[in-house]
Design a protein around this ligand. Structure first.
Ligand code: ADP
Ligand code: MG
Length: 353
């Protein structure tokens, strides 16, 4: 190839890099709301309200009673890779917060219109903050508010034409995915009252999810899915190794959750909702040995020393690597076999229907 047609390597301008990367952090409505809910949990909130307008298409808002944001952080809040949760790479080893990369608010700025209202216990009044697409603070005014933070995002994906069209077309599906995700946080966030409302075009507001903020997983299951569903579950507690265990609830063999796999199956690592394809496969496979007609409800939390798992794998942090995944799967397999392989755990089609 002649030298004058050789492409030259140039840096991509900062604004474009920001927009390109933001679209990978915030994939859809549920990943956007997830980031805000996690921020509220990280801020120690005991009450979180998620308020959607037109299923999140017009706007969504997360209102918490957490620590609030102090004025020295107002201008830094939505800048890329600015965080109060991690300073150096080794901090990842002992991380206990959901967030640590400082990219959610900056990404939301790049993809929608972001405003924040916040007040700490050291301030007499709250402040309303407006950020531009690059995450810079562009307006600030005093307002009335209790201690805590409200983050509002309007017009998500308005500057990504393909995503925006997809978002509008699939809004009910996106909304369903979001509610399922909120169920996961409602199960895992003990002592946190969680409410989600949706307001449609004609200003009709409906409550889609509401928990009381109980300290026990059992109570949260009863609130979300009802006592009769809870009575169809049995507890599972297994020790995998020193400092590593799994606990939660699974369907009894004759009382599964219908035919659609993945419905009401929630897996957590140290309280963080995650995708665990191998665990999901194992649970469904062993359950099928006892009940071939249905899939089980499964709500399992894996407690693992923070240094023995890596959540910094995908932008949405839903994938986790373990230092000893084999032991986890092996102990779980044996535990599930004990529950589902006993002869009285086998159910015929007639008993199931
Ligand atoms: P990360 O959560 O990874 O730190 P984010 O972009 O989500 O990154 O948030 C940036 C920072 O803004 C956080 O580190 C935190 O200090 C502050 N913050 C965001 N949301 C809240 C909230 N609801 N309450 C208090 N502080 C918040
Ligand atoms: Mg965050």
């Amino acid at each position: 190839m002649p030298s004058d047609s050789t492409p030259t390597i140039k840096p991509i301008n900062k604004a474009s890099v920001h927009r390109i990367c933001a679209g990978q952090v915030i994939l859809d409505l549920s990943s956007a709301v997830k980031e805000l809910v996690e921020n509220s949990l990280d801020a120690g909130a005991t009450s979180i309200e998620i308020s959607l307008r037109d299923y999140g298409k017009d706007s969504f808002q997360v209102i918490d009673n957490g620590s609030g944001i102090s004025p020295i952080n107002f201008s830094l809040l939505a800048l890329k890779h600015h965080t109060s949760k991690l300073a150096d790479f080794p901090d990842l080893q002992s991380l206990t917060t959901f967030g640590f990369r400082g990219e959610a608010l900056s990404s939301l700025c790049a993809l929608g219109d972001l405003t924040v209202e916040t007040r700490t216990r050291n301030e007499a009044v709250a402040t309303h903050l407006t950020y531009d697409r690059s995450g810079l603070l562009v307006a600030e005014k005093k307002t009335a508010r209790q201690i805590g933070t409200t983050v509002t995002v309007k017009n998500l994906f308005s500057n990504l034409p393909v995503r925006s069209k997809e978002f509008s077309r699939n809004i009910r599906k996106e909304y369903g995915k979001l509610i399922s995700l909120l169920n996961a946080y409602a199960l895992t966030a003990k002592g946190v009252r969680l409410v989600c409302t949706n307001t449609t075009g004609r200003n009709v507001k409906s409550v889609v999810l509401k928990t009381q903020g109980s300290d026990s997983l059992k109570d949260n299951i009863v609130t979300l899915f009802g006592l009769s569903t809870f009575n169809c579950l049995e507890p599972l507690e297994l020790c995998i190794s020193d400092g590593c265990q799994v606990g939660g609830f699974l369907s009894k063999s004759g009382q599964g959750n219908g035919r659609s796999m993945g419905d009401r199956q929630f897996f957590f690592v140290n309280g963080r909702p995650v995708d665990m394809p191998k665990v999901t496969k194992l649970v469904n496979e062993l359950y099928r040995g006892a009940n071939s007609q249905q899939h089980p409800i499964a709500i399992l939390n894996f407690t693992v020393p923070t240094g023995a798992c890596d959540v910094n794998v995908t932008p949405d942090k839903r994938k986790v690597f373990f230092s000893d995944e084999c032991s986890i799967l092996q102990v779980l397999r044996e535990g599930l076999q004990q529950i589902y392989s006993s002869s009285n755990a086998r159910y015929s089609v007639n008993e199931v229907e």
